[in-house]
Design a protein around this ligand. Structure first.
Ligand SMILES: Cc1cc2nc3c(=O)[nH]c(=O)nc-3n(C[C@H](O)[C@H](O)[C@H](O)COP(=O)(O)OP(=O)(O)OC[C@H]3O[C@@H](n4cnc5c(N)ncnc54)[C@H](O)[C@@H]3O)c2cc1C
Length: 322
């Protein structure tokens, strides 16, 4: 019988990604309800030290495969290794991050493990021994509850939504060596973003600008505020389509899904496709000169005024606090 709650841990550039610890904390909660163990699959090269950190967030056992084939990530190598170790151990639940890597990998795993999955979940719980997943539907207009009836019950969790909970466990390492078959993809080059730039999906604070910014040169006021707050600059699709901001900054249905603690929307109307990417932010502040702009229906705090007045004033106030 399928048993245990498993996660796929993500690591990059020698460190676990925060979402891996969110997965571990959530898996711990589910496993405690089921009376089960939490296991993590960790793939990479020279990553053994990360097992202890997973243990700190409630992982009992870390299935570790140390192989240069896993650096950098490829769908091929990861899917082969994870399929093998999951089939051998038959977990009841398998959680991944709804990150770029997690989304890529999950699609392959659902096929190779012949199971079902709920993607981009914002809540998960155990009811009568089964995994119940809450996920946004119709671009965030409503939430649906999904139960996967096959094993492992797979779900991907939206980053930054699930709390980190420390819960010291062994994080005992179980090494495995998957015999990898032919690998059809090879990474030839990785082009990194300009150094120091925080990706919107990882930022705790996002200052985002839309068409109301009027032009690319004006984003400097958002960059200044974001830098003071230790956050990132995001953009609406209108701003990206106009060539004002890179596509990697776009938030929304066809951009990135973000859940920061604070999302400051400047000159963004709040179209449903934009809301789909940011409505799970903890606090939303909208600055817009149109009091009827739909963003105000989702905002926790709203300022109806010209952003070119409000943003510099806000920046000046933040400077006083630092
Ligand atoms: C299939 C599909 C997918 C899409 N995906 C996305 C997506 O991923 N992300 C996304 O963002 N959009 C997406 N869109 C586009 C979306 O529908 C909107 O067109 C877009 O979000 C509008 O961007 P905006 O709010 O910046 O511009 P607008 O809707 O033009 O809003 C500009 C706002 O700025 C305000 N403003 C102007 N000047 C000032 C000022 N000086 N001070 C204060 N406020 C000011 C105005 O009052 C207005 O509310 C998608 C659309 C489709 C059809």
């Amino acid at each position: 019988m399928a048993k245990g709650v498993w996660i796929v841990a993500e690591q990059r550039d020698g460190a676990l990604r925060k979402v891996s610890l969110e997965l571990a904390s959530t898996a711990r909660k589910l496993a405690d309800q089921l009376g089960d163990e939490v296991s993590a699959v960790l793939l990479g090269s020279g990553v053994e030290a990360m097992a202890a950190e997973l243990g700190k967030y409630g992982v009992d056992k870390v299935y570790l495969a140390d192989n240069p084939a896993f650096e950098p990530y490829t769908t091929d190598a990861y899917a082969q290794a994870i399929t093998k170790v999951v089939k051998e151990n038959d977990p009841a639940v398998l959680l991944l991050a709804a990150s770029a890597q997690g989304k890529d990998l999950a699609a392959r795993l659902v096929g190779s493990l012949a199971t079902g999955m709920a993607s981009d979940c914002t809540d998960v719980k155990i009811v009568d021994g089964k995994l119940y997943c809450t996920r946004p539907m119709y671009a965030g207009k409503c939430y649906g509850e999904v139960v996967v009836d096959s094993f492992p019950q797979m779900a991907s969790l939206r980053p930054n939504v699930f709390p980190l909970v420390e819960n010291a466990k062994a994080g005992a390492v179980v090494k495995f060596e998957p015999a990898l078959g032919e690998l059809k993809t090879k990474v030839v080059e990785i082009q990194k973003e300009a150094s120091g730039k925080i990706d919107v999906t990882e930022a705790n604070i996002i200052v985002s600008g839309g068409r109301g910014m009027k032009g690319p040169e004006n984003y400097v006021i958002l960059e200044e505020l974001a830098a003071l707050l230790g956050g990132a600059v995001g953009a609406s699709r209108a701003a990206v389509d106009a060539g004002w901001r890179p596509q990697s900054d776009q938030v929304g249905q066809t951009g990135k899904v973000v859940s920061p603690n604070l999302y400051i929307a400047c000159g963004i109307s709040g179209a449903i496709q934009h809301l789909a990417g940011m409505s799970s932010s903890k606090y939303i502040v909208a600055i817009n000169k149109d009091p009827e702009a739909p963003i105000f229906q989702r905002a926790d705090y709203g300022v109806v005024d010209d952003l070119f007045k409000v943003v510099p004033a806000l920046t000046a106030e933040v400077k006083k606090l630092l």
